[in-house]
Design a protein around this ligand. Structure first.
Ligand SMILES: *Cc1c(COP(=O)(O)O)cnc(C)c1O
Length: 370
């Protein structure tokens, strides 16, 4: 074969539901020299990443680290480790990612009870009032990227306590855009991703487990059926339990450099300032979209600031319009997922992509294609 030319990907503005624009500082960090996964300097970098993730997640949990793989690997990690065959798991399902959690938990042998809500709504603690304990795990999605709905976490710890359950959340889209505050909400287990509001490339899934949740992993009757994601093994690489670090699999070194820089950027800005930027520009984008006559199906109080969801306007061809945005304006927005395919647009304002210029670019481009 003839060798293909070197890559020159087009410049895009990434305002879909992820990946988001990667900060040039993060791309530069990724290009630093690869070193060994047991190099003392790399171990120092790992420790810094763990501390920064704790700060971003609002937790003191020792077991806080990035798993190798995208956000979905975080989801898989949580259920692979915490579910044993026959455990009862309750999942709040009000969108695609809740459905996926139920599916993954089922694959690991859980008896899954779905508590359902229409897509576009959030759960209140009362929605779980009919569930009888004890159960192993109660799981909800903090920021449901398929619907643009924010799930308030207040009161869910009380529900989990009544059911004698661990409380787990998906914070893939919230981390870095909204306060997550695991400890304040009594969350036992959480997973996230790097490619949404942290604005690092896809490839890592930060996770955090309370000591109670990790004790449950260590006390399993059978070993975790997924060897690659087994926290009892991988934790021996990410922490020093006396005998140094032991090899499990080769860490994706340069992805971890990228995450290190992305965490530094988020902490330099400050979590409050970062949340405020997402809130302010999110509100500006949604009011601009409304002025264009687009309808916003999510009630204002439940809207994710980092992801505006609008109905595809009557008479507009979803695919053709998004393809014009991409080719004529270099702008990527997302289409609908699952039941919302063809019916919704999902416009992200995540991390580095959340700027005044992008709000203006997006409103101008959408005005043109509709
Ligand atoms: C994007 C997303 C995921 C999956 O992350 P990937 O990086 O695509 O594997 C899981 N949950 C939510 C809420 C998401 O938005």
């Amino acid at each position: 074969m003839t060798t293909p030319s070197p890559l020159s990907p087009p410049r895009r503005v990434l305002m879909g539901p992820g990946p988001s624009d990667v900060d040039p500082r993060v791309l530069a960090a990724m290009a630093l020299p690869t070193i060994g996964h047991l190099d003392p300097e790399f171990i120092r970098i790992m420790d810094e990443v763990k501390s920064m993730l704790r700060a971003l997640l609002g937790t003191e949990n020792d077991l806080t680290m990035p798993m190798s793989g995208t956000g979905s690997a975080g989801m898989e990690t949580l259920f692979a480790n915490l579910v044993e065959r026959g455990d009862r798991v309750v999942v709040g399902v009000n969108g695609v990612f809740g459905l996926r959690m139920a599916e993954v938990a089922t694959r690991y042998g859980a008896w899954v009870e779905r508590v359902e809500k229409p897509w576009g709504e959030a759960f209140t603690p009362d929605d779980f009032a009919h569930v009888q304990g004890p159960i192993k795990l109660l799981a909800v999605v903090h920021a449901e990227t398929s619907t643009g709905v924010l799930q308030p976490l207040d009161g869910l710890r009380g529900v989990a306590d009544r059911l004698d359950a661990l409380l787990a959340i998906d914070c893939v889209t919230s981390l870095g855009g909204l306060p997550v505050e695991l400890d304040r909400h009594g969350v036992d287990a959480a997973y996230s991703g790097t490619q949404k509001c942290l604005s690092a490339p896809p490839g890592l899934a930060p996770i955090s487990l309370s000591s109670r949740a990790f004790d449950a992993v260590l006390a399993r009757r059978e070993s975790v059926s997924n060897w690659y994601l087994d926290l009892s093994l991988i934790n021996k690489y990410w922490t020093d339990s006396g005998g140094g670090r032991s090899y499990h699999h080769t860490a994706p070194i340069n992805n971890i450099y990228a995450l290190h820089e992305a965490c530094r950027i988020a902490l330099e800005e400050g979590l409050d300032a970062r949340a405020e930027r997402h809130r302010r520009l999110g509100a500006k984008l949604t009011s601009g979209l409304a002025e264009l006559g687009l309808s916003l199906p999510v009630p204002e109080a439940l809207r994710l600031p980092q992801l505006a969801v609008v109905e595809v306007p009557e008479g507009v061809d979803d695919r053709a319009a998004r393809s014009r945005l991409l080719t004529e304006h270099g702008l990527e927005i997302g289409g609908g997922l699952g039941a919302f395919a063809g019916k919704r647009w999902r416009i992200g304002l995540m991390g580095s992509a959340c700027t005044e210029e992008n709000v203006a670019l997006c409103l101008g481009a959408i005005a043109e294609v509709i």
